[in-house]
Design a protein around this ligand. Structure first.
Ligand SMILES: [Ca+2]
Ligand SMILES: [Ca+2]
Length: 687
């Protein structure tokens, strides 16, 4: 399959022609190593969550130079061992030795970890071939770090070209035949129901892999839920294929190896109460996420086309238990959100989507309906076991998009370790850079940015995840740092963090930086949003740089109730009044991006917002704090991925040393006799 190829320098000093050399990272003796099936990076457990073979032992893939088996030899000719901190030597079984496509100088090895290997941190691993032992490289077992010291004189042994994970760099593990099967199953189900629909299959990152518009499928769909027709996006008509793509992308973006969510799940967590329809409950934990990954933004490319969707009929696709993408069905002419979660309605779009992914279902343990938030079970799909359609419909004319030879799209993300934590970065936002606004000695340096993101990642690595199975997993988030002008200084995505958080983390950071700056009120006024400033002023809020606003505070001011969730109160100053309100008519967040978002449906635009620094819009659920240096606002950190209280905690950990003075935090402000929040942490947050 695919290999991520990044050119790095190979120092041959110390490498002898006949001695096998295990490949390490360029700057350490840590092995380039992947779990052999899931392609996840260290740390490794000795058993795998998903059993693929006859036993559940973990296999890891290592890479070597100067290892060339003779004709007739098999993997048995190579042995391997590992030494732990107690200096106990464990024998590892070498199960496979193979080549690396296009890299004749390199070999790949699959070794099985013994079940009695302690989960106590690093071990030193070596291989032996023909009686000659290799160098020893570090592999994290249980966690990264600790373990025995490096061997005397050990140096990094990077390859000429470092092999990436063999499939981890593709944005899906689906192949063209899989996509054909899914489209076929969708069309057959739709034909059996007599409902011609638009069918879209995307990979994990919203690249369209398959599209089929059945004869007679509606070309458009109308945005409508509640509130006042004509306001916000209510009553807007949008292309149905974009709606189907948004639904597929939403399911794909929300789903990971630890949780599988659908557009029905999305609709459940964005409404004015959580759970929807229950009075005197605060807004949904992801209130506002529908306006992220927008086509007018600068972060998530490709976008979710219409932002994230809450219209049932978008389901995640899994292959071999791993997240592979999403399917979206649109054909009822209505793009909406389910306002009544209790009636077990089964719209035909959801029936068709469920039928389409037979054989590609999410593992039951991680489905949304096995995940509880604040004790509330999330919905997954109201159609769980669709029957096989009685007809087989033609999909002549369907588009299936793969590269030559059926190669799937590359992931935007490449592996990177930051602060000792395995994750991924986009080359667009890595290496981390220094801030330029403010200029001068207070600007965040690249080293500051690295420290902030590292500290956040290290906290996330020990934080109990809110929405991830099995219970006891650590959080996986995207971490973004911006300067006060909203320029992205770095984004780091932990391994398997949900993709939606990539755009949202930047939105959250930009929101905290913007509303904490002296520029906020003037910029809103100049862009035509003075009415929101006036409403905030009437509540005693200035947005003149005197106070530090987190996204939790801004979100609290952006609900159709104030305080959040308390019925029979007036809306917050940034929100639409409840009588007019809907998830498609929320107030300032949508108004900031509405014009450019609609324009972007017919062609590229430079930014979602007329306000500089809010290029991908703002976000209004918790998970960011502004950053200060010597008492001066220098930017913000935004976190998204694994529960909003967790996001707050991880943001605060990243901001440690760059926190606002306590007396200017938003929790020092009272609005209508209610104290604004700043951050809220989970109870017993650490594993
Ligand atoms: Ca629909
Ligand atoms: Ca319903």
């Amino acid at each position: 399959m695919l290999f991520a190829l990044s050119v790095i320098w190979f120092d041959r000093v110390g490498a002898q022609a006949t001695r096998p050399t295990l490949i390490s990272h360029a700057d350490s003796t840590r092995a380039i190593a992947f779990e052999s099936v899931t392609r996840q990076r260290e740390p490794f457990n000795t058993t795998v969550q998903v059993k693929f073979g006859a036993d559940s032992a973990t296999r890891i893939m290592l890479f070597a130079m100067n290892l060339q088996l003779q004709p007739g030899e098999t993997a048995i000719a190579v042995t391997a061992d590992a030494e732990d901190a107690a200096h106990t030597i464990y024998s590892l079984t070498v199960e496979h030795v193979g080549g690396v496509p296009d890299q004749p100088w390199a070999s790949s090895l699959v070794v099985r970890l013994p079940s009695n290997l302690p989960l106590a941190g690093d071990v030193l691993v070596r291989i032996t071939y023909g009686g000659v032992a290799s160098n020893r490289v570090r592999v994290g077992i249980g966690h990264v770090g600790d373990g025995p010291p490096d061997d005397t004189g050990a140096v990094p042994t990077p390859g000429l070209i470092a092999p990436g994970p063999p499939t981890g760099v593709a944005a899906t593990n689906l192949n063209p035949s899989d996509v054909q099967t899914i489209l076929q199953q969708a069309a057959s189900a739709a034909a059996a129901l007599g409902k011609p629909v638009n069918i879209v299959v995307t990979d994990r990152e919203a690249n369209v892999l398959g599209f089929f518009a059945m004869a007679g499928a509606p070309a458009t769909t109308t945005v409508r839920s509640v509130g006042t027709l004509g306001q916000g996006l209510e009553g807007g008509v949008v292309p149905a294929d974009l709606a189907a793509t948004a639904k597929a992308a939403t399911a794909a973006f929300f789903s990971t190896t630890g949780n599988a969510f659908t557009t029905r799940t999305a609709g459940f967590i964005i409404q004015e109460h959580f759970p929807p329809g229950i009075s005197f409950r605060a807004g949904g934990p992801l209130y506002g996420v529908q306006f992220s990954s927008l086509p007018c933004g600068d972060i998530k490319k490709p976008s979710a086309r219409l932002g994230l969707s809450a219209d049932p009929g978008g389901l995640p696709i899994y292959k071999n238990g791993l997240p592979a993408g999403g399917i979206g069905i649109e054909g009822d002419g209505l793009y909406t959100v389910d306002r009544v979660p209790t009636d077990d309605d089964q719209p035909f779009e959801e029936l068709i989507a469920a039928s389409a992914i037979r054989g590609f279902e999410a593992p039951p343990l991680i489905r949304g309906d096995n995940i509880l938030v604040d004790g509330i079970r999330l919905p997954f799909s109201n159609v769980t076991n669709p029957p096989a359609p009685t007809t087989t419909a033609s999909i002549a004319g369907a588009t299936i998009s793969f590269g030559p030879g059926g190669v799937p799209p590359d992931s935007e993300f490449v592996p990177q370790v930051v602060g000792g934590i395995a994750g991924e970065v986009s080359p667009r936002f890595f290496p981390f850079i220094a801030g330029t606004t403010p200029a001068g000695p207070n600007a965040l340096t690249a080293s500051d940015v690295n420290a902030i993101i590292s500290h956040a990642a290290q906290q996330s690595n020990i934080t109990r995840a809110a929405i991830r199975q099995p219970l006891g997993s650590n959080a996986r988030v995207s971490i973004a740092v911006v300067d006060t002008a909203g320029m992205v200084l770095g984004v780091f995505r932990q391994q398997d963090a949900p993709v939606f958080g990539y755009d949202v983390a930047v939105q959250k950071a930009r929101t905290a930086a913007f509303f904490s700056s002296a520029n906020a009120a003037p910029a809103l006024g100049a862009a035509g949003f003075g009415s929101y400033v006036d409403r905030a002023n009437a509540d005693g809020l200035r947005f003149d740089g005197a106070f530090a606003f987190s996204d939790r505070a801004i979100g609290f001011l952006h609900r159709p109730f104030f305080p959040d969730g308390i019925n029979d109160t007036a809306a917050g100053p940034f929100s639409t009044a409840l009588a007019d309100w809907s998830p498609f008519n929320v107030g300032l967040q949508l108004d900031l991006v509405r014009t450019n978002f609609l324009a972007s449906l017919s062609g590229p635009v430079a930014s979602c917002s007329a306000i500089p620094g809010l290029t991908n819009g703002i976000q209004i659920f918790a998970g960011s704090v502004p950053l200060y240096k010597n008492g001066v606002l220098v930017g913000a950190i935004g976190i998204s991925g694994d529960g909003i209280d967790q996001d707050d905690l991880i943001a605060a950990a990243g901001a440690n040393g760059f926190s606002p003075p306590a007396e200017i935090r938003s929790d020092q402000i009272f609005v209508r006799s209610v104290r604004l929040p700043f951050v809220k942490f989970p109870r017993s947050p650490n594993l």
